[in-house]
Write a protein of this length. Sequence first.
Length: 253
Amino acid sequence: MEHTHLHFNTSIGVKKPENIRNKQQACPFCERDQLTDLLAVDGPIILLKNKYPVLENAYQTVLIETDDCHAELSTYSKDHLHRLIKFGIKHWLEMEETGRYRSVIFFKNHGPLSGGTLAHPHMQIVGLNDIDYKEKVTHEMFEGLVIAEEEGTRFTLSTKPRVGFYEFNIEMNDSRYQEPFSDYLQIAVHYILNHFPFKATSYNVFFHHIDDKIYAKVVSRFVTTPLYIGYGLPQVPSNLEWMANEVKRIYFK
């Protein structure tokens, strides 16, 4: 039988701490001496098993990005940025290579509309036992207006967004890590939080490994359009060229 839906364990879900809105909730990631089931550590960066594995038929891990609870990807130093993304990609691809999972997803939530529950900067790497996320991926999702390109790494604004409106894409070959990949990723996040034409507080980053390419799709998050919720119809805004030129003007003078 083909599996198409993830199953969410609500009995575990109700126990998860939440401090994006509930500011009185203590941050479990700040209590580093209390963390358990550590898988890999690189200074302030920690990969560990998820204490609240709400997804059934999956192996869930959390990547704590930094020991600074108030930090954010758009403000990381270049050294920390590259250290973090290299670390994350390495462990994501290694989990893929084990062959234990049909597919492995790697993603980041930030902000109250992102679907996340903890404010402390973190990502998740999840091995899916019986679902292949790549079956729902098309190459046109990553097509777009070119903002910048360097060392075979490309930064675009989607002309055929997956959900709709504004989605940034960064791509590189999977043969070796390229620093512009993380630089472009940081620029996309910084633009969303600081220069977006609408006030934005939330975003997601979704990594994909398709046909010897690694992609990061950076999605600004607002209330999802009802046309997508009800009918799966993405919308393409009329000002994509303006936005692509704005990003060039601000970051690539």
